[in-house]
Design a protein. Structure first.
Length: 298
């Protein structure tokens, strides 16, 4: 059996965009045509491949097919490039967390992509969830907090991102003039990235016994606005040293608990069998990350 490329393209587009309508716009087709192609693909395999929900998501067999299609596309692109018949650049989907993308990743990755002739698509999620994106076939490699590799994948330690609980100087004087303690933390607003962000809640529960809901908080789900919200005094929250180090030095931010840092381990996950360019990219990225991040404990 051969996989029809038009049918597989419709399937991938529906998963990537989250809807048949968006997939149709991407492929310059009608939603009905996209649905028909996916249905034909499901008939080819004799099993449902796509849950037509909002957003669309692959079934178990659909996930395995998506993994195969992503990897085969990369291998085909690599082969054509080696044969000199592919004029385009290869594209890789990488699942990463927002703080990684906002700090050390781009400076480390940019020269690697240029050297290897690769384009990148970032799929963003919390470091505790990027592993699932690799598992679902949404990405071909990921930066994750998970140390155990998925079946068929390898894992390489990258290092630790160190987080500090920080606030603007004016905010600290308003809410924590007599110290960063449980009573003051109950009334001071926290800045939380999104509903998957557990850094602040875990910190406050561990050190002050405060559960979620015991203190006011904002949601600011974008890296630069999140930093800005803390800097201008909307609330306090945790920032990686790569983002807050300079502001701590110039005094625009203060560390509320210098002795209570939080270290988040990061790992690079990728398929064991992968195109040479992707393998070289991964090795170079791991080496670059280890120059920037704190070493993981042995």
């Amino acid at each position: 059996m051969q996989i029809d490329p038009r049918r597989s393209a419709a399937f991938i587009a529906a998963v990537d965009t989250g809807s048949l309508e968006a997939a149709a716009a991407q492929l310059a087709l009608s939603p009905s045509a996209v649905s028909q192609r996916i249905s034909a693909l499901e008939q080819d395999f004799g099993t449902p491949l796509l849950v037509r929900s909002r957003p669309c998501r692959p079934t178990g067999p659909g996930t395995r097919l998506l993994q195969y299609l992503r990897r085969s596309s990369l291998l085909e692109s690599e082969f054509l490039a080696e044969m000199g018949t592919d004029e385009g650049l290869g594209r890789v989907a990488l699942a990463v967390n927002n703080d990684t993308l906002a700090t050390w990743l781009l400076p480390a990755l940019a020269p690697i992509l240029a050297r290897e002739g690769l384009l990148v698509e970032f799929v963003l999620d919390n470091q505790g969830h990027t592993f699932a994106l690799l598992e679902q076939g949404r990405a071909v490699a990921c930066v994750a907090g998970e140390a155990t590799p998925m079946h068929g994948c390898s894992v390489s330690p990258l290092g630790l991102m160190r987080y500090r609980m920080v606030a603007s100087r004016a905010f600290a004087q308003q809410y924590f003039a007599d110290g960063f303690n449980r009573e003051n933390a109950r009334r001071a607003p926290v800045v939380v990235f999104d509903r998957k962000d557990s850094l602040q809640s875990a910190f406050l529960l561990r050190h002050f016994g405060l559960p979620e809901g015991a203190y006011p908080f904002h949601y600011v789900p974008a890296s630069d606005p999140y930093v800005a919200a803390i800097r201008i005094g909307m609330g306090y929250g945790m920032l990686p040293m790569e983002q807050c180090g300079a502001m701590l030095e110039d005094g625009s931010l203060v560390d509320l608990a210098p002795e209570l840092t939080v270290d988040v381990p990061l790992y690079w996950h990728a398929w064991r069998i992968q195109p040479p360019r992707l393998e070289r990219m991964g090795a170079a990225l791991v080496a670059a990350a280890r120059e920037v991040l704190l070493p993981l404990p042995v």
